[in-house]
Design a protein around this ligand. Sequence first.
Ligand code: NAD
Ligand code: ZN
Length: 357
Amino acid sequence: MKFRNFKMVGYVVYGRGSFNQLDEILAPQRKEGKPMVFLVDHFFEGKVLISRIPVRGKDKIIFADVTYEPKTTYVDKLAQQLKDEFGTVSGVIGIGGGSTMDLAKAVSLMMNNPGSSADYQGWDLVKHPGVYKAGIPTLSGTGAEVSRTTVLTGPTKKLGMNSDFTPFDQIVLDPELTKDAPANQRFYTGMDCYIHCIESLEGTYLNEFSKSYGEKALQLCRDVFVNKDSWDDDCDDKLMMASYAGGMSIAYSQVGVAHAVSYGLSYLLGTKHGIGNCIVMNHLQEYYPAGVKEFKYMVEKNNIDIPTGICKGLSEEDFEKMINVSMGMKPLWENALGKDWEKIMTRKKLRELYEKL
Ligand code: NAD
Ligand code: ZN
């Protein structure tokens, strides 16, 4: 038995208004003549948050287009642009949801690694540390702020740059930044966390480390989506910590059926991570009976729309593609269903599940 020895985020600051400390936090990381680059979710273009970014000297703000989930081509383009303009930079600061944070991690790594980010999609392929990088979430749930991966869609696969160089050097957890998120988006991303917890806690890889974080994150998700009758600051505070703890839980276990199936949707149809997980979770009563029951209750209580019928009219070839992508997620299936998972989740069974979505 080999135990995972995982790299964690360097520094963490948590609290309402902690964003105001960013200037002070970045000061020691600044290198003579080299700018800090703030990669900011395009939602914030023209919003007050922009005026609060501690821009100094040649620092640059780039608005990240997150209409689609990050692609390797986009990462390469951003890194090349920075190399052309500055040679190198002092750091890359990602301010946004999971997509923007993943972009920031990937761009930081590509400042110091040759070739294309597509060359590093996989496990431990990254050769050199990136430039300094910080993550500042404006949506809570993905756990991208603590993870050792950055999920990218490449020419042949959707897979992260998983490595010890990937986690942020610093994260700034300021729940004030999530307060304007639309209710549906907040729910979809929040449910990513809820689903991480269910998959981790019901999985075969579970140990006391994962369980401790998973149980806490689950309780926080319940406080927010089950016990509260309307959204308030306390919900933003709690969901931000749920995301952190949920991410820590899967750092030492793995996700499961909802993620394995939703990866197929996202590869073929471009379905976004949060909503895709929700679409799948809605039909997983066989695998996670209690979790799915509670999930449905939360959907109803929070008045959320979960799309249905998204696989209607797909061709035979389309289903095959999704099944191939999903079946390729071996550790997820093994965590969910055990060593003999292939006997339980056959291609036929998976096809039936996709047809229901
Ligand atoms: P997102 O980053 O894709 O953003 C979703 C939408 O919300 C966008 O339109 C964005 O502009 C908007 N938005 C962001 N913050 C906002 C705010 N405060 N107010 C209003 N709108 C706001 O959403 P997400 O669910 O946080 O992230 C999903 C991405 O994270 C996917 O690309 C997925 O692959 C990735 N992910 C990564 C990991 C990891 O460990 N690296 C884990 C899970 C998911
Ligand atoms: Zn997820």
